[in-house]
Design a protein around this ligand. Structure first.
Ligand SMILES: Cc1ncc(COP(=O)(O)O)c(C=O)c1O
Length: 432
């Protein structure tokens, strides 16, 4: 008979008071996952809900490349089931360098790639390699999970509030006052949550300021300022916009830049867990044992199958064109529907869909009486859209943006055109 251990855990107690680590006690879970739970509960109760909350893909709408599935199976059949090297399989590291040379025009030397299980371990280990407790991380808001990594490293985060007219990207003026204190600056383009792309004329002066700051530090014998540039959505940039990198704009930035990337978004392969960082060898050298001790490798068979595809980038072009085209048309369908409401005088606005899988929209509902409440906060906006229109979105407050702006994120990774149309018509009814 098995021992019944449940009674031992009947009194879970107050976890924060009991946990030995203040860092872990103060760690927050993902705000988005909490919203997802509410959506599930509504659906279970039979309500029609269009779920625009998740930064992930419904595999029935957006499957991964067939060649990747076949490649992984073939590698498993060939017995590729052992530990990979902590830094990544040599075939994959070399294929990533080849891909960057072909597609980004960046010819990195050997020793500049660290592979991990998705983009997160490279991000975490990069921060861990560079930051001492109390170091300053400057990051624009709205931002994806950067705030959590700041906390994990007991660093000091400086959130720079960006403006919609700049596509929620920071300008040099926004950043300049903070650079002298910063150890790491984080930029992300295309940006989660806004679906916008950083313009060259915004990024270039920031890079030049980093170079200037680092010349000063080098002369003074101080540690450099590092740019962590998250480009996990780099292939998902839509017509009229272009992806750029700091290193392409200002080559000397290669000495101070960590490029973060993954197959998670580019190939709709979030669950496969394969990502990487491309960075100066002195940073990679420190990341390697961290990833190794975490065991945060990507599976060996996946690494080898991904290497085959990246080594011949044209092999996934057809997939990518189709995937990007569908995302673009779905996001622009949503944008057009919201802008049509705006033209009819309804209190909604949105930015252009420039890249990634997201659209930024603003609902100007403050003071309105809707569903069960008078709308005040952005959480109220989210709640009335969900309960009044069956439309689940994430307010920008979940990404560290100030409250009461009305900005929310729509993600189209798990919705069809029909879902978009139905959601638009329910939003129209609610706002009217
Ligand atoms: C901007 C950004 N960076 C990094 C990640 C993490 O990617 P991965 O799933 O490969 O760890 C995400 C995931 O949502 C993201 O949106």
């Amino acid at each position: 008979m098995a021992l019944d251990l449940r009674p031992l855990f009947a009194d879970a107690g107050d976890l924060p008071a009991r946990t030995p680590s203040p860092m872990a006690a103060a760690m927050q879970g993902s705000a988005i996952l909490a919203i997802a739970g509410e959506v599930r509960a509504l659906r279970a109760a039979g309500e029609a809900v269009a779920n625009f909350t998740i930064g992930d893909f419904d595999p029935s709408l957006f499957p991964i490349p067939e060649a990747l599935v076949a490649g992984i199976k073939a590698k498993l059949d060939a017995g590729e089931t052992n530990y990979p090297p902590a830094v990544g399989m040599p075939e994959l590291r070399s294929a990533i360098r080849h891909y960057y040379k072909e597609r980004l025009g960046l010819d990195y030397p050997e020793g500049t790639v660290q592979v991990g299980s998705g983009a997160r371990p490279p991000i975490y280990s990069a921060f861990r390699s560079i930051l001492a407790p109390g170091d300053v991380v400057v990051h624009p808001v709205p931002t994806w999970n950067v705030r959590y990594y700041v906390h994990l490293n007991q660093a000091e985060g400086i959130a720079v509030v960006t403006k919609p007219e700049n596509g929620f990207m920071p300008t040099l003026d926004d950043l300049l006052p903070h650079l002298p204190r910063a150890r790491v600056l984080v930029l992300n383009s295309p940006l989660n949550p806004s679906g916008t792309v950083i313009a060259e004329d915004l990024l270039r002066p920031v890079c030049e300021a980093i170079i200037e700051e680092n010349r000063r530090r080098e002369a003074a014998g101080e540690r450099p300022l590092i740019l962590l540039y998250d480009q996990v959505y780099q292939q998902l940039v839509f017509d009229g916009y272009a992806h750029t990198t700091p290193v392409h704009l200002v080559p000397e930035m290669a000495k101070y830049t960590i490029l973060v990337d993954a197959i998670s978004k580019a190939w709709a392969a979030t669950g496969l867990r394969l990502g990487w960082a491309v960075a100066p060898p002195w940073i990679i050298g420190r990341m390697k044992p961290l990833v190794g001790h975490m065991g945060a490798w990507a599976a060996r068979a996946e690494q080898l199958a991904t290497a085959d595809l990246l080594a011949a980038p044209e092999s996934t072009d057809a997939f990518m064109n189709d995937f990007r085209g569908t995302l673009q048309s779905r996001l622009r369908r949503l944008r057009d529907g919201l802008l049509a409401m705006k033209a009819d005088g309804l209190p909604v606005d949105c930015l252009d869909a420039q890249g990634a899988i997201y659209l930024s929209a603003r609902f100007d509902l403050a003071g309105r009486r809707l569903v069960d409440r008078t709308v005040e906060t952005d959480e109220d906006v989210r709640s009335v859209l969900l309960h009044g229109a069956g439309v689940a979105v994430v307010p920008f407050t979940a990404f560290g943006y100030p409250d009461r702006t009305g900005w929310v994120r729509f993600s189209v990774g798990s919705v069809s055109d029909a879902d978009v149309d139905a959601a638009l018509s329910r939003i129209r009814s609610l706002l009217a």
